[in-house]
Ligand binder design. Structure first.
Ligand SMILES: NC(=O)c1ccc[n+]([C@@H]2O[C@H](COP(=O)([O-])OP(=O)(O)OC[C@H]3O[C@@H](n4cnc5c(N)ncnc54)[C@H](OP(=O)(O)O)[C@@H]3O)[C@@H](O)[C@H]2O)c1
Length: 292
């Protein structure tokens, strides 16, 4: 494993957890927030990346509706930014792991998407993330793309599980879409996989990382309530069409890890098992290592 782990987007959900875990594992960590390293600045990367580093690009414009409203910004951050990072890594001889998304798929398939399946993003977010994947591999063919989906901490943030956890602890009902299916991914499991990839022994250029199995958002919300002993009937199903949102989402974007496991990644645990572990942690962000 490289001596130093360099993380972009380090104040975000994945970057923050990764930075804490890298420090816990004894790595020298350079965790850089948007303010410290703006990946859209083509000259910035050379200040932060050195030979032998493992760079994990967690920086992205992830708000799917904001991306739809501002395609130029989305393209700059999700497509050009990763290319800048890749050029810098290739130039100095650093390893690069770039995080991407299930939203590169259209959602028309009804079995989990594996690496070789046809992409077909529906939204600006998905299209710009797909362009980012291609730009990274063009600039640095030995970089690794890790696509993940429905990532959560379950702690105090604004991820889906954290929000449902707070709803479970309060009163009233909550309406959740029952027509979007995906693979929930506990950030801890994603980060463990990112370290496996970072060791550099897996040669596939694109990998999928998600907990095993698939569910709808409605089923996921009910599972949160069930784990916490709250009344599951307080979670009501709605169709996503009843919630006005700017960007389309794929109706089905579960990820298959079949090829990724064959390539060397540890098989994923079932999403319910990972969820139970996440919810057993203190809600106040206790499972999140502190921001370095
Ligand atoms: N969360 C999910 O469910 C999910 C699912 C699939 C894939 N992913 C992928 O996982 C990766 C990490 O996502 P996340 O969940 O950690 O998202 P996040 O919490 O939104 O974090 C993204 C971080 O990137 C930063 N950022 C934005 N523009 C930047 C720029 N120009 N330069 C440097 N940093 C910039 C943001 O900072 P500011 O907020 O200050 O702008 C934020 O801290 C992304 O590639 C995302 O596409 C996430």
């Amino acid at each position: 494993m490289p001596a130093r782990v360099v993380i972009t987007g380090a104040a975000g959900q994945v970057g923050r957890f990764l930075a804490g875990e890298a420090a816990r594992r004894g790595h020298d960590v350079s965790a850089l927030t948007h303010r410290q390293w703006d990946i859209t600045d083509p000259d910035a990367a050379q200040r932060f990346v050195a030979a032998g580093d493992l760079v994990v690009n967690c920086a992205a414009l992830t708000n799917v509706d904001d991306a739809e409203a501002d395609p130029d910004a989305a393209y700059a951050i999700n497509a050009v930014g990763p290319e800048n990072v890749a050029h810098a890594c290739a130039r100095v001889g650093a390893r690069l792991v770039h995080v991407s998304t299930d939203y590169v798929f259209s959602g028309e398939q009804r079995h989990p998407y594996d690496i070789g399946d046809q992409t077909g993003p529906l939204s600006v977010y998905g299209r710009t993330k797909l362009a980012g994947e291609r730009n990274v591999l063009a600039a640095m063919p030995d970089a690794t793309i890790v696509r993940t989906s429905w990532v959560y901490t379950g702690g105090e943030g604004n991820d889906f599980v954290a929000v449902m956890r707070r709803r479970a602890a309060s009163d009233g009902t909550v309406a959740v879409a029952d027509d979007q299916t995906g693979s929930p991914t506990y950030v801890k499991d994603l980060v463990n996989a990112l370290f496996e990839v970072g060791e550099g022994r897996i040669s596939e250029p694109i990998l999928h990382v998600a907990n095993a199995g698939a569910c709808s958002r409605f089923e996921q919300a009910r599972a949160v309530f069930e784990e916490l002993g709250a009344d599951q009937r307080r979670v009501r199903p709605v169709s996503s069409g009843q919630v006005a949102r700017r960007a389309p989402r794929p109706a089905y974007s579960a990820l298959s890890m079949t090829t990724s496991v064959r390539a060397g990644l540890t098989p994923p645990r079932p999403w319910r098992v990972a969820l139970a572990e996440a919810l057993a942690q203190p809600a106040g962000g206790g499972q999140l290592p502190s921001t370095p």
